[in-house]
Design a protein around this ligand. Structure first.
Ligand code: ASP
Length: 373
């Protein structure tokens, strides 16, 4: 594995805590510019790489991220695709998993690394996690196999020692350095003294693939999360909304919902009206299996489709992407059920391998925990 001097990386700075500085008067964090940020990481010069930068002007807090800005990122990557071997996107942590998921669908045929990272503490802070995250993300984006192909030709998040598939990732902590998790898919690499890649889980490089950018996302959708006591009048009103095209329906356990006839009827009417309803679980691990319980079977009958083991972030951005393609509801439903960028598991496939690697990763996690206590 190597990173030659010809290897070039485009660093795209969107904003986020990594590039923020504390206002001495108010104590609040605000953005500072990209040159100031780079001054905090002189180590970057030690890489034997050509590193160029592109900065959002002004940089944003990632709560202000939007489908238009995702399209802007796609434009930047597409127009620089031939010039660079890899891309690193500096991004706020709050919506990083949404952006990573969106890009994985919008950059069809991507065969170069696009690594998102950020930090919990600003890069100028004494105990910052930003330097480590940034430097390792660059190293991963530049890593090549002996035949010159990229080691990680997909959209990923690198954060606190872990490289994760972008569309499998969720922010799990507002305060720990270990802020992201890939609950339903093993990590793709672990960064210790060396970076250990788990190659079985990285998307294979396809020399024939060509990058096809997609810019249109349709956000006429909602995330609808169930809870005991949910009220018919409100739900019926939302499901009848004429502008609504899709719903990510967050259900209990393995995809179950209360057996209220008003609910089943409203969901059936919504699907019959062409709205696409995708069932994902509120649990952080595991998959939807609607046939397991009667409380799930009724949803199947209402025309709701399974989102399998999808994260909320992947499900919502995939639906935006598919509706943006202006496909008929039946085709959107079919596409939602299959993996288009590695975002959902194929049940049974590689199960044994997955379990073995996950076990190893968990053992490593508990060794690290013991060391830290
Ligand atoms: N609010 C910040 C953002 O997402 C938080 C962070 O970067 O960690 O932009």
């Amino acid at each position: 594995m190597s990173a030659s001097s010809q290897t070039s990386i485009l660093l795209i700075y969107t904003g986020g805590t990594i590039g923020m500085i504390q206002n001495p008067e108010t104590g609040a964090l605000g953005n500072f510019n990209f040159d100031q940020l780079l001054l905090q990481v002189p180590e970057i010069k030690q890489f034997n790489l050509d590193i160029f930068a592109y900065a959002f002007e002004p940089p944003i807090d990632s709560s202000d991220m939007s489908p238009d800005l995702w399209a802007e990122l796609v434009r930047i990557i597409y127009s620089n695709y031939e010039k660079y071997d890899g891309f690193v996107i500096l991004h706020g942590t709050d919506t990083m998993a949404f952006t990573a998921s969106a890009l994985s669908f919008m950059l069809e045929g991507l065969m170069k690394p696009v690594i998102l990272t950020g930090s919990q503490l600003p890069i100028g802070a004494l105990r910052t996690d930003g330097k480590e995250n940034l430097l390792t993300a660059i190293e991963i984006a530049a890593a090549k196999n002996d035949d010159g192909t990229p080691v990680v030709p997909e959209v990923c998040i690198f954060f606190h020692e872990k490289l994760m598939r972008g569309n499998r990732t969720t922010k799990i902590s507002a305060e720990n350095f270990d802020a992201f998790e890939s609950n339903n898919y093993p990590i793709l690499a672990h960064s210790g003294i060396e970076i250990q890649y788990y190659r079985h889980f990285i998307r294979p490089y396809d020399p024939k693939a060509t990058l096809k950018p997609h810019y249109k996302m349709n956000a006429d959708i909602i995330i609808f999360s169930l809870f005991p006591g949910i009220q018919p009048t409100i739900v019926k009103k939302i499901l009848k909304s004429p502008d609504l095209k899709g719903i990510i329906f967050r259900t209990f356990g393995s995809g179950n919902a209360p057996r209220f006839s008003w609910l089943t009827q409203s969901l059936t009417e919504a699907t019959q009206a062409g709205k696409v309803i995708v069932n994902i679980t509120q649990c952080s691990t595991g998959s939807v299996k609607m046939h397991l319980y009667e409380t799930g079977c009724q949803l199947l009958e209402a025309g709701i489709i399974s989102g399998h083991d999808s994260t909320v972030e992947a499900a919502i951005t995939k639906l935006m992407y598919l509706i943006g393609q202006e496909l008929p509801p039946e085709s959107i439903r079919a596409e939602m059920k299959r993996s288009i960028a590695g975002e959902i598991g194929v049940p049974g496939k590689r199960k044994k391998e997955t379990e073995e690697i996950r076990k190893k990763q968990e053992e490593r996690g508990s060794i690290l925990e013991k060391r830290n206590t």
